[in-house]
Design a protein around this ligand. Structure first.
Ligand code: S3P
Length: 537
């Protein structure tokens, strides 16, 4: 088995794979060069100019200056002890040239595909496996750069990780076995890594620093700082943003917490902190979000109770500190959020025929499929089975033969549907542009706080392709039956925007050029190769 390479080289390689492989040739590329580096840059430094010794310490880390400890001797001593002089501050990743990808209009999608493991489930399997005693084999672990960031952080906390093909072996260290990291933990672009790991780090008897790339350092973290502080951890942020300095406390206080924002990451952060708390930690959510953490903890034998909350439609989850967690193998289903791009393309392109095998069918994640069905598109779910406490299935799609619903009013997506569709909303807007009455998305202000401002990015790129779109603070409205034309797409460094508009490119007349196409590696490095392999016409 090969050991996972840490930090710079592994991230660089992943981007290389996505950016310089055959896909760009088939779809065509102009040889445009893009620089993917995002740490250690002047921009990174500028975004960290607020006052405060921790900030300066971290800014110095990101400039790869080993002399950082002069800025905050106390913090260095407390968090990393005497090893500080020998630290290797390897947060910068090499700059990688990534060509733009050109998408030509397609006639149909044909084939059978199987996808790399679900990103959300992979993160959780790795983290819970790390807290278990013994070796857990994670089958079909996600190939995403995000999930690699989780493994890399766990390694820095003294967890052994080996990767062999699609499997990852996690050598769990037990609930009390993590060790103080010798450097800041780099979550790269991954909000899930940062928010979930923060919950774990809050319950340790050491201090750690957790940071990420420019996009992640711009995202809101107060939503986890508040509950973790209530639990007794010392969490310092930069005006509510990362880098976070987490002074762990053992044990934490158990809390009963009602989520203010419908966020599975915040819920999971608190549940994982609850593993290190004295008493019962309870989380109540008004709008149910994905429940992979609850399922993963239960799979690993942790007693976690979930039930309907007191208020209609709400849910609650309670967890106690277990005496021990035992290692378990986990079989990870294909990523339904990655499959969504293929399903949408096949459903909209006439004469398509696509089968997606072994894909996750967790009911908190399948709303996109239900939505397409409600539009009259031919998508079916078959052969549901249970694996490692998650549902899997086979999705079959046939291209539309006739116009979808004749409904003239836009389809409204809002309220409780939003958390169930959160990662698919940019793609849903693209699909909406092809419906008779168009589509309106509301109550989705959270979308502005993702890897990019996804409302703005979706609106701008749809307009570039000729769609008639109105932007709202909390969503957008796209008119139906748009005749999209090719355009130069700026995904704003956001993988889901790049993929949604690659699908729009297949539906459009003329050529669509996606700049900075390598960003798809954040969740789906194989995206363009796979799309090429099933696209005809
Ligand atoms: C995720 C939760 C969602 C989602 C993200 C993955 C998770 O984020 O958008 O891609 O794995 O818990 P929020 O919790 O911010 O809604």
């Amino acid at each position: 088995m090969n050991e996972i390479r840490r930090g710079s080289s592994s991230f660089g390689d992943s981007l290389n794979v996505a950016g310089q492989n055959e896909s760009s040739r088939l779809f065509g590329h102009k040889g445009a060069a893009f620089l993917a580096g995002n740490c250690g840059s002047a921009a990174a430094k500028n975004s960290l100019t607020e006052e405060g010794r921790v900030t300066r310490w971290l800014a110095a880390c990101q400039e790869l200056t080993p002399a950082v400890c002069v800025h905050s001797k106390t913090l260095c001593e407390r968090s990393i002890g005497k090893k500080s002089a020998a630290l290797n501050f390897s947060l910068a990743r090499p700059k990688v040239k990534i060509p733009a990808v050109i998408i030509q209009p397609a006639e149909r999608i044909r084939g059978t595909i199987k996808l790399s493991g679900d990103k959300s489930i992979s993160h959780r399997a790795a983290i819970v496996g790390a807290l278990a005693e013994g070796v857990s084999r994670l089958q079909n672990y996600s190939t995403s750069v995000d999930c690699e960031a989780t493994l890399s952080c766990l390694q820095k906390l003294a967890v052994g990780v080996e990767r062999s093909g699609k499997d990852v072996l996690v050598h769990g260290v037990g609930l009390d076995g993590l060790q103080a990291p010798a450097a800041a933990l780099d979550c790269a672009n991954s909000g899930t890594t940062m928010r979930l790991l923060a919950g774990v780090l809050a319950g340790q008897n050491f201090t750690s620093i957790i940071t990420g790339d420019e996009s992640l350092r711009a995202r809101p973290m107060q939503r986890i700082v508040e509950p973790l502080s209530m639990m007794g951890a010392g969490v310092t942020s930069q005006n509510g943003r990362a880098p976070l300095v987490i002074e762990g406390r053992k044990p934490l206080n158990a809390i009963k917490y009602e989520l203010l924002i419908a966020s599975a990451q915040v819920k999971s952060c608190i549940l994982l902190a609850g593993l290190h708390a004295e008493g019962t930690t309870e989380i109540i959510e008004k709008e149910p979000t994905r429940d992979h953490t609850e399922r993963m903890l239960s799979w690993f034998g942790v007693s976690i109770e979930t039930r309907a909350g007191e208020r209609e439609g709400s849910r609650s989850a309670t967890v106690h500190r277990p005496a021990q967690i035992r290692a378990r193998d986990v079989s990870i289903p294909g990523d339904i959020s990655s499959a969504a791009y293929f399903i949408a393309a096949a459903a909209l392109l006439p004469e398509s025929s696509l089968e997606v095998r072994d894909v996750g069918m967790n009911p908190t994640r399948t709303q996109f499929v239900k939505q397409l069905q409600s539009f009259g598109l031919d998508v079916s779910v078959n052969d549901i089975a249970e694996e490692s406490n998650e549902l899997t299935g086979v999705v079959r799609v046939s291209g539309r033969k006739k116009q979808t619903s004749t409904e003239a009013a836009p389809v409204l997506i809002n309220g409780k549907l939003i958390p169930q569709l959160i990662d698919e909303l940019p793609l849903l807007a693209v699909v909406g542009s092809q419906l008779t009455g168009g589509l309106e998305i509301r109550d989705a202000a959270e979308l502005r706080l993702k890897e990019s401002d996804r409302i703005a990015a979706t609106v701008q790129n749809l307009r570039k392709m000729g769609a008639d779109v109105e932007e709202f603070d909390d969503g957008l409205r796209v008119a139906g039956r748009a005749r999209l034309h090719g355009a130069k797409i700026d995904p704003q460094g956001d993988h889901r925007i790049a993929m949604a508009f690659a699908i729009a490119g297949l539906l459009a007349a003329g050529e669509t050029e996606t700049e900075d196409a390598g960003c798809v590696a954040v969740s789906f490095p194989e995206f363009f190769d796979l799309l090429k392999s099933v696209t005809e016409g």
